[in-house]
Design a protein around this ligand. Structure first.
Ligand SMILES: *[C@@H]1O[C@H](CO)[C@@H](O)[C@H](O)[C@H]1NC(C)=O
Length: 143
């Protein structure tokens, strides 16, 4: 998984935003999906987390390259019980430890993440670009 994310970053080299920009419509929007693990890497997902940290920088670069017609933002989801995170969220000890790190005392849902992406893609976010929105129930999120 980490290899795929890093490869994506390599493909999105410094020309990517400039190359894509002419093909994007005015007032268009791109939303990258990073992860809370980009801020603090879980032991079992260390390199995955590093690749997600890289997406924070990629968001800034693409936002600058694709402005002014296209906004580029990023969502950093917290832990959501999915097939991908099942080996963590399916373990009651690990799940409880993660829930305890959130202020809202629960894992996220796919709807929580979809709402954030919908907001950033909408006109309600028309003056937001180059930002990462952390959707992690208050879990600490600083580098
Ligand atoms: C859950 O995770 C803990 C901590 O890593 C581990 O000690 C335990 O064996 C795991 N439990 C199961 C059922 O896998």
């Amino acid at each position: 998984m980490a290899n795929i994310s890093v490869l994506l970053c390599v493909i999105c080299d410094s020309q990517a935003g400039e190359d894509a920009a002419p093909h994007m419509k005015k007032d268009s929007s791109v939303v990258l999906i990073s992860s809370i693990s980009g801020y603090h890497q879980h032991d079992s997902l260390a390199m995955y987390g590093v690749s997600k940290t890289a997406l924070f920088g990629l968001t800034k670069v693409l936002a600058a390259e694709m402005a002014p017609d296209t906004r580029v933002n990023c969502v950093a989801p917290g832990y959501v019980p999915t097939h991908f995170t099942g080996y963590i969220t399916g373990n009651q000890t690990l799940r409880k430890a993660i829930e305890d790190k959130t202020l809202l005392n629960r894992l996220g849902t796919t709807d929580d993440m979809a709402s954030a992406v919908a907001f950033l893609a909408s006109d309600d976010a028309s003056y937001i670009t180059g930002e990462t929105l952390v959707v992690a129930g208050g879990m600490p999120s600083r580098l």
